[in-house]
Design a protein around this ligand. Structure first.
Ligand SMILES: Cc1cc2nc3c(=O)[nH]c(=O)nc-3n(C[C@H](O)[C@H](O)[C@H](O)COP(=O)(O)O)c2cc1C
Length: 175
């Protein structure tokens, strides 16, 4: 297998998973900023990881904007975030719609892992963004279940990374 793990991280949790996956698969690992689209063509299996920021998978356009070049590759994309993994609507609907305008291509499988959000580590810009989001969502008169959840998640504080979560991705890549 000629595989590479590529990741983009701000606070480190996506990198942690990238290292666990690359170790398990004994394959290359690189940060997204040092990978060009043409370099991707030399691999037959690509694993891309990015943290979720307002439902956007950090840096995933490296993959989605180059789908014509990558259509014959086996691709796994993993997200890291603070939304509980059992919120399937959030991941399968909102996150997919935001990142894959025409739907998820057949050669891509998506995995969702719990990440890290330690409030004391956040940049002032990120702290302010969460405060604004919480204010907007809290002001809704009849909030949806999703909006209620978002208000709660703005206060999430901790490292929820867990090596056990990579198992389904590893099985998919090896199958
Ligand atoms: C401004 C901001 C927006 C975020 N938006 C989301 C989100 O939409 N969904 C989610 O599950 N987590 C969200 N998170 C949590 C991050 O995705 C989580 O901390 C992730 O593990 C970060 O990845 P990284 O450590 O690799 O940068 C957000 C965090 C911040 C600071």
């Amino acid at each position: 297998m000629n595989a590479i793990v590529i990741y983009k991280t701000k606070y480190g949790s996506t990198k942690t998973y990238a290292e666990w996956i690359a170790k398990e698969l004994s394959c290359n690992i690189k940060e997204a900023k040092s990978v060009s689209a043409s370099e991707l063509e030399q691999y037959d299996t690509i694993i891309y990881g990015g943290g979720l920021y307002a439902e956007v998978i950090n840096g995933v356009t490296l993959i989605t904007r180059n789908m014509d070049k990558l259509k014959d590759k086996k691709i796994a994309i993993y997200t890291t975030g603070i939304t509980p993994i059992n919120c399937r609507d959030y991941y399968d609907k909102y996150v997919v719609e935001k990142n894959f305008k025409g739907g998820v291509p057949e050669n891509i499988k998506i995995f969702n892992f719990m990440g890290k959000m330690v409030l004391s580590e956040l940049t002032p810009v990120h702290r302010a963004a969460l405060k604004t989001l919480k204010k907007i969502m809290s002001s809704k008169k009849e909030p949806t279940e999703m909006e209620k959840l978002l208000v709660e998640l703005c206060d999430a504080d901790g490292d929820f990374t867990n090596i056990e979560e990579i198992k389904p991705l590893i099985d998919y890549i090896k199958e």
